[in-house]
Design a protein around this ligand. Sequence first.
Ligand code: DGL
Length: 260
Amino acid sequence: MQRKKPIGIFDSGVGGLSVLIEIKKLLPKENLVFLADQKNVPYGLKTQKQLEKITENITRFLLGHDIKMLVIACNTATCYSLSHLRKTFSIPIIGVVPAIKPAAKKTQKGKIAVMSTPATAKSSYLKKLVKDHAPTSKVLRIGCHGLEDHVEELNYQAIRKTLPKFAKRIENFGADVLVLGCTHYPLIKDEIKKNLNPKIKVIDSGKAVAQRVKFILNQNKISSKEKMYEIYYTTSDTAKFSKVASTLLDTEIKAQKAVF
Ligand code: DGL
């Protein structure tokens, strides 16, 4: 029965949990299979070819769990491999992209800053989003090299050391809206905000993605009526992932090793 099948969700690491949290809040009855591809983190330094291959392999692995829908809980993988995955597979696939459209509606100064991985910052996908949805705004793209690694480790000392230099660029640019364009960053939203003028609005795509998942499930009449399980995989160290995920989700997570 289609409804009982799980939704597959993946990211390069724990960042995808920021999207999973929103999906769980909105759709508590859905069964979920989450995969953190920590063997390959960071995606933000990979090429399009590498990301297409990596994400195709992950999708095949998740299809082995009979998923009814795929959520790419990663801006970088979405920018570089969404169209490849949609061409290759027939299940519904939802990606995460930087929230440029809502940012353009919110900005009063016409100045938006986007924090993302280096790959997302220089992607033509992001350029097109800006052209299509924020054509009259000035947009500062900041490739935050290394930040996702500190979030992977939940290394708050390193996070606190790294953030001020990005915050300074945002303040100097004069943005009144900051887009968190990497799914790792909502997990440290409070730390990011501490470095910024409180008047700057900080937004991300998590809730909008959960809404989109709900819409597609309803449209296809495949919403689950009963929660049965959540499964967590990592392609790397299960003990390390389990520890960080348990902290972030505030419940005990026991991850399995994904081998493919
Ligand atoms: N969480 C990812 C994103 O949204 C990527 C982090 C990385 O592996 O570089 O872009």
